[in-house]
Structures are given as structure tokens and as C-alpha cells.
Design a protein around this ligand. Structure first.
Ligand code: PXP
Length: 240
């Protein structure tokens, strides 16, 4: 059964909507851990629209499972990620106008910057992953760069319906199989919810799912612990 890493960005989104002191994504992360989350993920964006620098520092102090920090290749963000003490660093593309991360990293075009930063993350003991679309070229370039993990972008699968969703799932399965051939370890995430998570939890070799928006949204109705437990149960049910 893949591990569940809960993304706390949108707890901070609610706080930032009012520039208030609450809700606190750090306290919320601790509740998620108590409910059984295997790790906590956050994305410090260049525009600081949700998680703030101080949240990353406090998460590092208090998260006792695994802290996964998403970062772009922007020099300032890489510097913060290097100093963050995060256990895992997921490198994502970032475009200021986007509502959320819209596509995978262009690993081929970003090869020079990735070749520079990946050894620096490894020297800090951080396990790196590259957030990529399920495309062979991106996977092959990731393997050549020596990154240990990819996180397969499941957004197109999550947004598709009917036959299109089946086709997108096929791309994810093929990508996970290609990762096995290339010696790449596999995480997955984006747009996953209780209704669509099961086939992704069954991708060959998938180790970890990163899920944020649907869990935070569901928590508004059923509470944080129940929302995390429901997702853990859905993943476990898929694996049975
Ligand atoms: N993985 C990555 C790399 C992401 O950027 C995000 C969104 O921040 C997620 C997973 C989680 O996506 P969602 O909030 O749609 O569950």
C-alpha cells in the first residue's frame, strides 16, 4: 500500500485569505500525522500565496513523520529548500499565473539547472523527486540525471472522464512500468480524491501519494482526522 503524504498548502490558503493567524497549517499537519498520514508536504511558492517561510521552519521543527518540500528551480527557492532540513524535496515547475501546478517539469530543457541542484540536495541528505508528466522522455532524462524518484503528475488523469480517463490511466501505468525498467522509484499526485485514488494507488511500484486539496476540502465537512483516515482507508481498500 502506498504511503499517504498530506499536502497542507490549502490550510494556509484559508489563513492567507484573511492574512490572519489561523487556521495554522502546522497544527493541522500534526492532526494529519495523528490520523495516520505518513508524511507532510508543502509548497513554498515564489509569490507566498499559501505556505510562508515561517511555516516551513515550524513544520521542520514539529513534523515527526517525513517532511516533503516542493520547490521550483528558482534560485531563491532552491536556497531555501537547501536550508530547510526537509527530508524530501520535490522539484516542480512554477508559473506565477497558474492556479495550481499545471504540468510536469520539462526535464530535458531543465537538465543544466537540475544537474546543478540535484547533487546539492543529495549532499544535504534530502531525497529528491522530479514532478513529471507520464512521458517517456521525461522519465529517461530523470534517470540520466540520477534523481532517485519521480512524482508522476496525475492531474490529467484526475481531470479526464470516461474513455479519456482510461487512456490517461494507461499512460500512468506505462510510465510506472518504464520507471521500473529505468530504476526510478515512483510517487504520484495531483487532483486525487476519494473517487479517483484507487487506480493510482495500484500503479506498479508506486510508493507514495501526495494529496492536498481534496483532503483539506473534505476536512471542512468531516474534520481533519476523519478526512485523512478516509483517504487512508480508500488507499488500503484499493490495495486489498
Ligand atoms: N504533487 C505536487 C507536485 C503538487 O504540486 C501538488 C499540488 O500542490 C500535489 C501533489 C497535490 O495536489 P492536490 O492538492 O490536487 O491534491
Amino acid at each position: 500500500m502506498p504511503r499517504l503524504h498530506v499536502n497542507v498548502d490549502h490550510v494556509a490558503t484559508v489563513r492567507q485569505a484573511r492574512r490572519a493567524a489561523f487556521p495554522d497549517p502546522v497544527e493541522w499537519a500534526l492532526v494529519a500525522e495523528r490520523a495516520g498520514a505518513h508524511g507532510i508536504t508543502c509548497h513554498l511558492r515564489k509569490d507566498r500565496r499559501h505556505v510562508q517561510d515561517d511555516d516551513v521552519r515550524r513544520l521542520r521543527e514539529r513534523v515527526t513523520t517525513v517532511l516533503n518540500l516542493e520547490t521550483s528551480l528558482d534560485a531563491e527557492m532552491v536556497g531555501i529548500a537547501l536550508e530547510s532540513g526537509a527530508d524530501c524535496i520535490c522539484i516542480v515547475p512554477e508559473n506565477r499565473q497558474e492556479v495550481t501546478t499545471e504540468g510536469g517539469l520539462d526535464v530535458v530543457a531543465e537538465r543544466p539547472r537540475l544537474a546543478d541542484v540535484l547533487p546539492r540536495f543529495a549532499a544535504r541528505g534530502a531525497v529528491a523527486s522530479l514532478f513529471v508528466d507520464p512521458e517517456p522522455a521525461a522519465l529517461e532524462a530523470t534517470a540520466e540525471l540520477g534523481a532517485p524518484f519521480v512524482e508522476l503528475h496525475t492531474g490529467s488523469y484526475a481531470n479526464a472522464r470516461g474513455a479519456d480517463r482510461e487512456r490517461e490511466l494507461g499512460r500512468l501505468v506505462a510510465a510506472a512500468e518504464r520507471c521500473a525498467e529505468l530504476g526510478l522509484r515512483v510517487n504520484a499526485g495531483h487532483g486525487l480524491d476519494l473517487e479517483n485514488v484507487a487506480p493510482v494507488a495500484l500503479l506498479p511500484g508506486v510508493e507514495e501519494l501526495n494529496i492536498g486539496h481534496s483532503i483539506v476540502a473534505r476536512a471542512l465537512t468531516v474534520g481533519a482526522e476523519a478526512a485523512v483516515r478516509e483517504m487512508l482507508a480508500a488507499i488500503a481498500e484499493a490495495a486489498r
